[in-house]
Design a protein around this ligand. Structure first.
Ligand code: NAD
Length: 247
């Protein structure tokens, strides 16, 4: 579904990002993954190469919260592959802090990675996509961007902003044949969920009509569809992939 395409996936070293990188490679894309540490980037690349040595996968660890650092990496990707067809803004962090204890700096950090980094990567890629006749930007939002959540207010606030960027950029960039969509996962089994207590997760499962938590592959499948030409008339959409969870 992605033969000949070049994709960049942020937060591609594990969880949803890693599953997305793997899915894109299985479908013929060349993928450049971005992570927070060189070691985790190298580990992810080695793991993928051990699955299939023919996969064209590389990576780096720029500071996503700094536009200059992001631009440097994207220039390198363009020199290496000549184009970027797909950008998946997936890196993100969560927090469950109550407002009474929420530190100003923690609020800033979550907005920096979950929102500013999405802006920076989108800002860095759009000129290349326009020059190349189009492209696809996909963002990882969250179920909480629709309902909020009863703690950790910075996280839903950041994902509401991701939806705002998605819908606005879709409208701004449609004329340049750049589609912009988001996937809003429900609770998904990744490292991010490690710190969420069972007392929070169990009631969530009870509220999921499909009766289970999502897997990273569930989300990667949605990204594959939206990245592919099968979604060529879809832009500005926040696609819920949450088993119809409503909590
Ligand atoms: P994860 O913790 O398993 O992976 C996070 C990824 O982000 C890692 O690859 C990590 O290297 C990268 N990352 C973290 N900090 C970074 C930084 N400062 N710079 C660059 N990269 C950084 O998380 P996940 O569950 O796979 O989450 C991926 C995305 O999915 C996030 O945007 C998250 O908000 C969203 N999401 C997750 C769930 C869930 O239940 N797991 C639900 C809804 C949305």
């Amino acid at each position: 579904m992605l033969d000949g395409k070049v994709a960049v996936v942020t937060g591609g070293t594990r969880g949803i990002g890693f599953a997305t990188v793997k899915k894109f490679l299985e479908n013929g894309a060349k993928v450049f993954l971005l992570g927070s540490k060189k070691e985790s980037v190298d580990n992810a690349i080695n793991k993928l190469k051990s699955i299939n040595d023919d996969y064209e996968v590389d990576g780096d660890c720029p500071n996503l919260c700094d536009l200059t650092s992001v631009e440097k990496t994207f220039n390198h990707i363009i020199k290496k592959y000549g184009k970027i067809d797909i950008l998946v803004n997936n890196a993100g962090m969560s927090s469950m802090d109550k407002i009474y204890n929420y530190k100003e700096d923690d609020f800033r950090k979550i907005m920096d990675l979950n929102v500013n980094a999405v802006f920076n990567c989108s800002r860095a890629v759009v000129c290349y996509m326009k020059e190349n006749g189009g492209g696809v930007i996909l963002n990882t939002s969250s179920m909480v961007s629709i309902y909020g959540q009863p703690s950790g207010c910075g996280y839903p606030a950041s994902k509401f902003a991701v939806n705002g960027l998605t819908k606005s950029l879709a409208r701004e960039l449609g004329k340049d044949n750049i589609r912009v969509n988001a996937v809003a996962p429900g609770v998904t089994l990744t490292d991010m969920m490690k710190d969420v207590p069972d007392s929070v997760i169990e009631p969530i499962i009870k509220g999921i009509p499909l009766g289970r938590i999502g897997t990273p592959e569930d989300i990667a499948n949605a990204f594959l569809f939206l990245a592919s030409d099968m979604a060529s008339y879809i832009t500005g959409v926040i696609l819920s992939v949450d088993g119809a969870a409503r909590s």
